[in-house]
Design a protein around this ligand. Structure first.
Ligand code: ATP
Ligand code: MG
Length: 298
């Protein structure tokens, strides 16, 4: 068990703080920095349809009492069965949706609306077909009070970061799916976010393109040239999760809760050929197949 860094979480869905478990196994930073992103006591509810207005059905919980904290330079993955509420949780963490309970702290300060310091990349590859790669990236800088020249310099720097500087004047239709997703990543990074939320970012790519992008993504997002401090990744692909995540949160049940965190201590870049890779994979697969005691209680 210890070898692969498993931890049960307590009834409120958080790891007990006094165990100091929210780490990546890396040496701690000399000056303590606030956690890039904290979700505290988050729940999300909706009204199921089908009852009269006078006697509305009780609101239904998608997830309840979810606590998440990211650390600097950490990639945290959230896994769980389909329909558990992972995408909804990610949107609450970015305050694109309002949670029913709880609060979100960005670098120690509560936020109640979307912030330019949190970027979201989702599964549909969102590039605008009528704009060149450069224009697509510059779009992220529109609301910033900077000159056209500065905006172009930043956008070109981001394109260079994702290796697409040669494609600046090309349109999305002239690019592969992987290149378009890299443009979306360059655009997200151009806004200088502290936190990047990724919802199944590789799901519409063929396996070879996805594997190539996965190999690059970790060094790309945590490149010192970016302002990024944490990434939260939602993925169904456990292979992808074991390859990329420093920590994996397992979300199951109805209402869903985070029932376990698994710290992945293998150094990056990782390969499925590394011996512990399949131990992590087996454990996560088993955890998603078997309902936990918390789920049965729920
Ligand atoms: N406003 C809403 N009205 C009705 N149902 C909602 C609402 N918001 C969320 N849900 C329900 O919450 C559940 C969670 O949805 P969500 O898309 O977050 O799940 P997911 O874990 O991301 O699933 P998948 O793995 O398939 O992407 C779904 O069953 C969805 O129908
Ligand atoms: Mg989803």
């Amino acid at each position: 068990m210890d070898r692969i860094g498993l931890r049960e979480v307590n009834a409120t869905g958080s790891t007990p703080r006094n165990e100091g478990t929210f780490g990546t196994g890396r040496p701690s930073h000399p000056v303590p920095r606030p956690a890039p992103l904290v979700g505290e006591g988050l729940s999300f509810t909706f009204s199921p349809p089908g009852r009269s207005r006078k006697a509305p059905a009780p609101r239904k919980f998608v997830f309840q009492d979810v606590n998440i904290q990211t650390h600097p330079d950490e990639l945290v993955a959230i896994v769980g069965p389909t329909g558990t509420g992972k995408s909804t949780l990610l949107r609450c963490l970015g305050r694109f949706l309002a949670p029913a309970t709880g609060r979100v702290l960005l670098q120690g300060k509560e936020i109640t609306r979307p912030s330019s310091r949190i970027a979201l990349i989702h599964q549909s590859i969102a590039t605008f077909p009528w704009m060149t790669a450069l224009e697509n990236v510059k779009l992220a800088l529109k609301c910033k009070d900077i000159s056209e020249g500065e905006s172009e310099t930043i956008a070109r720097r981001m394109l260079r970061l994702v290796g697409l500087q040669e494609m600046a004047q090309h349109y999305p239709k002239e690019m592969s799916g992987g290149m378009r997703q890299k443009i979306a990543i360059a655009r997200a990074l151009a806004a200088e976010p502290a936190v990047l939320l990724m919802d199944e970012p590789f799901v519409h790519l063929d396996e070879l393109t996805a594997a190539a992008l996965r190999r690059e993504i970790y060094s790309l997002v945590f490149n010192p040239a970016t302002t990024l401090q944490s990434v939260v990744l939602v993925s169904h692909n456990l292979h992808e999760v074991v390859e990329l995540a420093d920590r994996v949160l397992v979300m199951v049940g109805s209402p869903a809760r985070i029932v376990e965190e698994v710290r992945i201590t293998m150094p990056h870049p990782r390969s499925y050929r590394d011996p512990p890779f399949y131990e992590y994979l087996d454990h996560l697969t088993g955890r998603l197949e078997q309902p936990s005691p918390e789920v049965l209680k729920a």
